[in-house]
Design a protein around this ligand. Sequence first.
Ligand code: FPP
Length: 260
Amino acid sequence: MKLFARKHDPAADIEDIRRAGKLPAHIAIIMDGNGRWAEKRGLPRNAGHARGSENFDRIATVCSDMGIRYLTVYAFSTENWKRDKAEVDGIFDLFRKYLKKSCDEMVERNVKLRIFGDTSPFPEDIIALIDRAAELSEQTTGMQVNVCINYGGRDELVHAARSLARDAAEGRLSPDAVDAAMLESRLYSAGVPDPDLLIRTGGDMRVSNFLLWQIAYSEFYVTDTLWPSFTKEELCHAILSFAGRDRRFGGYGKSRSGRK
Ligand code: FPP
């Protein structure tokens, strides 16, 4: 697209995109490739997760500065419990560190934080930090970061279906009243618009049980870059690619507009 063709100035491209009203309101990211990043360097996998966590912080700041309204990241899936205990413990230590830092800086950075997923098996100190982050988020007005931990798209849908079934069984809800909006209101993502752009690093062309309901019309951007190496410049490239697409939502494209 000509409008967004400045090759070496991603910041100017983003400004053009914002002016054209084509900035994605919601970006979702599958942050894949931490393990491979570490293995390539002869480091333990947890060193990759540590670099991945730092990069997440960097990219979240870039998104917030750009004016992105929502950022949702896949940090730990319901299937990731299959990994070695040492790796899982290492990832949870990173969550703890991130949550502490977020609570300290959230008001100053003016961001909101929400956790999507089943938090019931988490240690008490992590639950307390999540609750504190939710309280602090009531004071802030900026970008909302949604971190998916112990999250699975299927698990989220089962959880929502169970909550509707419980209300129906207890006479609070007629089964015929169930519609898409009502189901959405029982998802972890209730109140959050669907992602416009889904980025996957690490090169795999799959969805991996991420936001199965919410990505129905998201635009995909898949890159071979491993998550710790994903830069602001590549994020701009992904947004540029998004801004040039013709989103049809099952209707007609621009080529048809004006035709009878
Ligand atoms: C996928 O890479 C990444 C994970 C399963 C963990 C993601 C965790 C982080 C980015 C760090 C913590 C995040 C926060 C929010 C503080 P992989 O291990 O599957 O990589 P591979 O495909 O190369 O093996």
